[in-house]
Design a protein around this ligand. Structure first.
Ligand SMILES: [Zn+2]
Length: 546
């Protein structure tokens, strides 16, 4: 049983004794546990307990096992009746003669003590439910608090004379020829079947601990701190926590997140800022790494600067900071400043990566196309590997890709970046062999297509060393010399520029709030919201030609 487990190891713990006042029963151990004398007053016991809490509470780094013992000792000595039983007959007396054993707080702070068999004996009165609002700082630090509660107490119990202890009575009502019987709750005893003498409300200040890492809605049960009615065990108080929003940190489990705005200069040249920690009198100075440029929307992670995990104070979550990069306001840059900025930050001066331009790729993935693997979470080692689609859509939304290593893998479409258009093979074309798994030594060999389609999907290639081999087209890569590459690049760039004969309309847009924007209706009789997709008969009723 819990009780014996708790004190089993104590010197002189007299378990063999039955009955009260046996010869060498230990009636001092609990006092020693609380570090008070046998004649300590209630006040002194309380004071000693508070002092011990400050050093031994697990939320303050104390050993949970030691704390459990002290807590159980306090549970006995702070209760007049239990203390008197203990003084007479030690723990055994408390256990057998008490009002249901010592208070078991073990599950209070989640360190896994087991509950006593509570369903034996009379039922407890309903628990008192209280709400307690804590700040994020409280969640971080934990700590002792007091909560005023009002409990019910009474001196004695009587059977209710109105309902004779049944709690309810039958009320008979005559309505014309009908006699109706209704069962009603006894108003005198509120259905309890008994009444208490000198029933009264008692105000008391409950002491409890905010468990570090507590979450919104978490509850703790303060056992035996509730109603004290003469014929029942003591009731419980259940405290439910509400965690207030914090001005800076947003909570995500044991992690903390915050947003930080940086000026363009800070984003480019480095930043440094102070954040008040949840710990008292502590601040964080968060700064950029050397050479780091922060992109708008970047998130940094600072490990173990979040909240303690509940029940595991030593383990802490992370702190995440999401950056917004704020650019100077329109009209605030002088002509000189712009000139300098162009000189310093022009696309020809520094490196820019514009990944979103790749998202505008409208090319379809087809067999034979060259791709690069990107964003694979389960095989990060394969990211950046190039390959050729050997079977497009071999599964819905996924393509079979032969990698340069020869391995064929199934890759979801969104994890493929198109490297080149499907190749139009032709005789005489310069090619490089790649991804051969049976003749690995030929990978990288250069040659020229001699005969097309010598076998299904394979071309005869005359290698530069004179040898002729038959190679499947997905193991071939068009080869361009550097000069050719340059020429093709220029050709491509020219295709994205207007020709001399094209007209160019000059436009200037206005910055708007997209959330408040009302879209222009598509037109009379057109009720389709999604303009790109016109379903069958999507012309709209109003437009139908009769
Ligand atoms: Zn009654």
């Amino acid at each position: 049983m819990f009780f014996e487990e708790m004190f089993g190891g104590m010197p002189g713990g007299g378990h063999s004794h039955h009955g009260m006042g046996g010869g060498d029963v230990d009636t001092e151990g609990l006092y020693k546990e609380l570090e008070v004398g046998k004649n300590a007053t209630d006040r002194e016991i309380k004071k000693a307990w508070r002092k011990l809490c400050k050093t031994h509470h697990p939320d303050r780094g104390g050993d949970p096992e030691i704390f459990k013992k002290k807590e159980a000792a306090y549970g006995v000595l702070s209760d007049k009746e239990k203390r008197s039983l203990y003084d007479q007959g030690g723990l055994e007396a408390v256990q057998h003669g008490g009002v249901g054993g010592p208070a078991n707080f073990a599950d209070l702070f989640g360190f896994g003590g087991r509950r006593q068999a509570r369903d034996t004996g009379p039922k407890k009165p309903a628990a008192i439910r209280e709400h307690y609002t804590v700040t994020l700082e409280d969640v971080f630090r934990g700590g002792e608090r007091t909560l005023p509660v009002t409990i019910k107490a009474a001196d004695d119990v009587d059977v209710c004379s109105r309902c004779s202890g049944r709690g309810q009575y039958m009320e008979t009502v005559r309505r014309g020829p009908m006699i109706m019987q209704t069962q009603r709750e006894c108003p005198r005893c509120d259905g309890r079947g008994k009444s208490y003498s000198n029933e009264r409300n008692v105000k008391k200040d409950l002491e409890f601990f905010i468990p570090a890492g507590v979450k919104n809605g978490d509850k703790i049960t303060l056992h035996d701190e509730g109603h004290q009615l003469p014929d029942m065990p003591r009731g419980d108080v259940i405290v439910q926590f509400k965690v207030k929003k914090h001005a800076v940190f947003k909570r995500m489990g044991a992690d903390l997140a915050m947003a930080k705005e940086l000026t363009l200069v800070e984003a480019l040249c480095g930043f440094e800022f102070l954040v008040k920690s949840l710990e008292e009198q502590q601040w964080f100075k968060i700064q950029s790494e050397k050479g780091q440029v922060v992109q708008h929307g970047d998130v940094i992670k600072i490990e173990e600067h979040g909240l303690p995990q509940k029940g595991e104070r030593r383990s802490r979550g992370n702190l995440y900071v999401r950056f917004s990069v704020i650019l100077p306001q329109s009209g605030s840059l002088s002509a000189d400043a712009k000139k300098t900025i162009r000189q310093v930050l022009g696309a020809d001066k520094v490196k820019y990566e514009m990944p979103n331009q790749a998202l505008n790729d409208t090319r379809e993935i087809d067999s034979g196309i060259r791709v690069k693997l990107i964003g694979l979470g389960n095989r990060p080692d394969l990211n950046g590997t190039a390959g050729v689609v050997v079977e497009a859509n071999h599964k819905p939304g996924a393509h079979a890709v032969q990698l340069e290593t020869g391995q064929v893998v199934s890759v979801p479409e969104k994890m493929l970046e198109i490297l080149g258009d499907p190749v139009e093979w032709r005789s005489g074309m310069r090619v490089k062999l790649t991804g051969l798994s049976n003749n690995k030594e030929l990978n990288g060999a250069l040659g020229r297509i001699m005969t097309m389609d010598v076998k299904p999907g394979a071309h005869a290639v005359k290698l530069d060393n004179g040898k002729v081999v038959s190679v499947l087209s997905h193991l071939l890569e068009p080869y361009e010399s550097n000069a050719q590459k340059k020429k093709n690049k220029k050709k491509k760039a020219d295709a994205n520029k207007p020709k001399a004969t094209d007209t160019v309309e000059e436009l200037v847009g206005e910055i708007i709030d997209m959330d408040k924007e009302v879209h222009t209706a598509a037109g009379i009789g057109h009720n389709n919201e999604d303009d790109d997709e016109e379903g069958p008969g999507g012309e709209g009723v109003g437009c139908r030609q009769m």
